[in-house]
Design a protein around this ligand. Structure first.
Ligand code: ADE
Ligand code: ZN
Length: 345
């Protein structure tokens, strides 16, 4: 079905109402300053910021590492299973309001277990929120456990061991944190083990790191999706590979802007990735830190880059195709998307 043109002023509403999947969102990155302060008070933790405004004012980043330092500090207020539930529930309500039908949520267990918070506290709270999202909001939600790449492979293996009693509560594993200097090869063996165990595998690559990291995520880790991947445009052979094999990229425009991967949103390469036939998707990464949830990413990026209805349709369909949901469910969401666009025009 071809997307029909609409009056430009209706595009933001079309984007907001578009059914979509979110496949790249770190749940710890959805902790709003208000919730950080509320959880700190509940858990008797004192923060090195006077109030919500002072904390928010600290969200001025020069690169990925400058963000990660404050992101890990923010996560230190999470102690109980209820804390993890409350964080995820707040995100899931926002996602439902943004017409997210399905979300695959990253979590970073090592950030918590290294502070003495048990794995069952982390996974238990998040899993309960995912169950309630389905029953109360009609949002399908699953979890992806991410290994922190600045830590060792041994640490990743131990984390996997600790998580295995809850293997039914997460569908896959990912790789995040400081990219440059920590190439995918460092985690070859632990990812091989995860694949043997039947987990889906994804990896951050080509956010700040070079195309070589994307090649390694594909060829060494056998990643089924690449998180970010925007640096792939610097390698024509890699672009062909990603397009031909329909390897999805989970792109996060506002994140790229805030972490200075691009100087402005107008310079973002999302349109170029789509033009080259890649299965690109739009996601929020760490919405509480980067100034917006998934619909803010859609609306602001479309306004800045001049994308239109045809790209909106492709991005929504890509998000369902790229998900790890069941084929029948994917088809139902794709049909819903086409019906929505038909009705809108
Ligand atoms: N952890 C949270 N957000 C991240 C990002 N954008 N890149 C790498 N690791 C992350
Ligand atoms: Zn990310």
């Amino acid at each position: 079905m071809n997307a029909k043109p609409i009056a430009p002023e209706r595009l933001p509403d079309l984007l907001r109402g578009l059914p979509k999947a979110e496949l790249h969102m770190h749940i710890e990155g959805s902790l709003e300053p208000e919730l950080i302060f509320a959880l700190a008070q509940r858990n008797g933790i004192s923060l090195p910021y006077a109030d919500v405004e002072t904390l928010r004012a600290a969200y001025a980043f020069s690169n990925l590492q400058s963000f990660l330092d404050i992101y890990y500090a923010g996560a230190s207020v999470l102690r109980t299973s209820q804390d993890f539930f409350d964080m995820a529930w707040a995100y899931l309500q926002r996602a439902a309001a943004d017409q997210v039908r399905h979300t695959e949520i990253f979590f970073d267990p090592q950030t918590h277990t290294e502070r003495g918070v048990e794995m069952d506290v982390v996974i238990g709270g998040l899993h309960r929120a995912c169950l309630e999202a389905q029953s109360q909001l009609g949002v399908s939600a699953s979890l992806i456990l991410c290994f922190l790449r600045h830590l060792s492979e041994q640490d990743a293996f131990e984390t996997l061991e600790q998580a295995l009693p809850w293997r039914d509560h997460f569908i896959g594993v990912g790789l995040d944190s400081s990219e440059v200097g920590h190439p995918p090869e460092k985690f070859a063996r632990v990812f091989a083990r995860c694949r043997e165990l039947g987990f889906h595998v994804v990896a951050h690559a080509g956010e700040e790191g070079p195309p070589a990291y994307v090649w390694a995520a594909l060829d060494v880790l056998h990643a089924e999706r690449i998180d970010h991947g925007v640096q792939a445009v610097h390698d024509a052979a890699l672009m062909r590979r990603l397009a031909e094999q329909r390897v999805p990229l989970t792109v996060c425009p506002l994140s790229n802007l805030k972490l200075r991967v691009f100087d402005s949103l107008a310079q973002h390469n999302l349109g170029r990735l789509l033009d080259a036939g890649l299965v690109a998707t739009v996601n929020s990464d760490d919405p509480a830190y980067f100034g917006g949830y998934i619909n803010d990413n859609f609306v602001q990026t479309f306004a800045a880059t001049g994308l239109g209805v045809a790209q909106a349709r492709t991005l929504a369909l890509n998000s369902f195709e790229a998900s790890f949901a069941e084929p029948r469910q994917k088809k139902a969401w794709r049909d819903e998307t086409e019906e929505y666009l038909e009705r809108f025009s």
